[in-house]
Design a protein around this ligand. Structure first.
Ligand code: SAH
Ligand code: SF4
Ligand code: F3S
Length: 507
């Protein structure tokens, strides 16, 4: 192949010619990967020069906001920086700081701008420091404008669609107009409107050695009327099963025992592939990779979660006994306004089938209180579902008016009524979660040791297949291993327990 003989310089020179969004989209995965590898080499060289100037290894800090998708993206950012020669730091005055933003709720934006404002202070005493901002917020043009105008010390802005080009941008911000290394660097704002591309095999720095999230698809086509995600993450696109399985195999070879398959709407997985592959088929294939001791996955959409997924879980003991099934509201009227495309009865039917066919499976959910048009009677409907399904846990959110979504234009519920609804929902959720958690008291369960307990010295924290946490006396050598644990004392939503012995299988 001709391309393999190209030097890094030629690849970079060609890459510069492909700088526009449209040109870039014409490149194949392999071409794009080669480009980014070449830029990474350039970045390595720059890092060496920066290190000489500083008299030490430059440091990076990735500040992450938002969901599992962003956490996974953060690992990719860290991977590139590490590969380029930076050392990780948890300080926001590191040499290269990246803010990976979330925009799902209004207050997420405010929280982020506060943090970014504080970064100005670090920057003053540190002329070579670079600040990058990326993630979902940067897909909103108004936010990019705000960063440009009010935070001029930000060096680099990019969006979710072109994150795979981070090696290139990293190299670019340390260059002057002539293409020479310049520690003061330049500014770069590059946000794409959307992408169809999925670039495989960029480096990633895993946060945990023993577990890892794996993107199976990107984007969302559901357009729930309150939600900004489809606008900032683009249209649904699935990774090929062969790429996913290869990643799982590599992770296992690298010591990972638990994988979590990630997508905003995993039941739509594979519809865009030829031949089509269902999520259930993919889930089974991942669970059957030798060495995978536990598989988690999220998030399904109740409108199209099929019986096939339930059956695959039932026949694979290493698939976690936990389904996160977002309800949002128990009122069919509100669900319609939310464009969720299921009714209260359809949700209940699905949840009760899961309860029947997977009796040891936890069901958790997301709920929104105060969606436009919600009355106290609608809240009653939500409470009815909570008290029928007996959710094992739930995230309860106050509705946040997200500019750019259809619901933002609907008549909003008065604040005191929102608060009253939220309190009722939260109380019901907590009561049910307590009852469900207590059911396991005294039993022996298999759990994965995740970390030292930050609150209780001499204790480690383990996670059961159904996602419940248990704390036991232990040390760091246990992290990443499975144990059979007796659940001695229930403390509301978690347990204190005793280790009975190691469990090599994981279930
Ligand atoms: N794709 C997933 C998760 C999306 S975001 C799903 O469909 O469930 C995670 C949660 O944030 C959502 O489930 C929803 O409960 C909440 N959320 C999204 N937009 C919101 C808004 N504008 N106000 C309040 N909560 C919101
Ligand atoms: Fe948002 Fe709905 Fe898509 Fe989930 S399914 S990401 S809530 S639009
Ligand atoms: Fe936030 Fe983007 Fe996730 S908006 S919730 S980080 S997909």
């Amino acid at each position: 192949m001709q391309n393999t003989t190209l030097t890094a310089e030629t690849i970079i020179a060609n890459a510069r010619r492909h700088a526009s969004e449209e040109d870039a989209k014409a490149l194949s995965n392999d071409e794009e990967l080669r480009r980014q590898e070449a830029f990474l080499d350039l970045a390595k060289d720059q890092t060496r020069q920066l290190a000489e100037l500083l008299g030490r290894t430059p440091t990076y800090c990735v500040v992450n906001f938002g969901c599992q998708m962003n956490a996974k993206d953060a690992e990719k950012l860290c991977g590139v920086l590490k590969e380029a020669g930076y050392e990780e730091s948890d300080r926001e005055d590191a040499d290269f700081v990246v803010y990976n933003t979330c925009t799902v709720r209004d207050n997420a934006d405010q929280h982020f701008y506060g943090r970014l404002g504080r970064a100005a202070h670090f920057r003053k005493s540190h002329p070579y420091m670079k600040i990058a901002v990326c993630g979902c917020m940067m897909q909103e043009p108004a936010c990019v404008e705000k960063v440009k105008k009010s935070y001029p010390y930000v060096n680099l802005v990019f969006g979710t669609h072109n994150l795979f080009r981070f090696p290139e941008y990293l190299a670019d911000v340390y260059e002057n107009q002539n293409g020479d290394f310049d520690p003061r660097g330049r500014k770069l704002y590059v946000v794409w409107k959307d992408t169809k591309e999925i670039v495989e095999d960029l480096p990633a720095e895993r946060k945990y050695p023993y577990k890892s999230g794996i993107n199976i698809m990107f984007g969302c086509d559901n357009f729930c009327t309150y939600c900004i995600v489809p606008y900032v993450r683009g249209r649904e696109r699935s990774r090929k099963p062969t790429d996913i399985i290869r990643e799982v195999e590599r992770l296992v070879a690298d010591g990972v025992v638990e994988v979590m398959l990630l997508g905003q709407n995993v039941n739509s997985y594979g519809h865009d592939l030829t031949p089509e592959v269902s999520f259930a088929e993919l889930l089974a294939a991942v669970a059957e990779v030798p060495g995978v001791k536990r598989v988690r996955w999220m998030t399904p959409h109740p409108k199209d979660m099929g019986e096939d997924v339930i059956q695959v879980i039932a026949s694979h003991p290493n698939i976690a006994r936990h389904i996160h099934l977002p309800l949002q509201s128990g009122s069919t009227k509100i669900l319609k306004r939310m464009n969720r495309r299921y009714t209260k009865e359809q949700y209940l039917d699905l949840a009760m089938r899961i309860r029947e066919e997977l009796p040891d499976c936890a069901i958790t959910t997301d709920l929104i209180a105060g969606f436009p048009g919600e009355t106290p009677e609608d809240v009653d409907e939500t409470l009815d579902v909570i008290n029928t399904v007996h959710f094992d846990n739930a995230y309860t959110f106050i509705y946040s008016k997200r500019t750019g979504t259809p619901a933002a234009k609907m008549e909003q519920v008065p604040e005191d009524q929102v608060k009253a609804g939220f309190d009722r929902v939260l109380a019901a959720v907590q009561e049910n979660a307590r009852e469900r958690t207590a059911l396991l008291a005294g039993s022996v369960q298999t759990a994965l040791c995740e970390e030292m307990n930050p609150q209780e010295p001499g204790y480690v924290t383990l996670r059961l297949s159904n996602n419940t946490l248990v704390h036991v006396p232990g040390d760091a050598s246990m992290i990443g291993r499975f144990y059979d644990v007796r659940l001695d004392t229930c403390r509301g939503f978690y347990y204190f327990g005793t280790v009975c012995g190691e469990n090599k299988r994981g279930y």
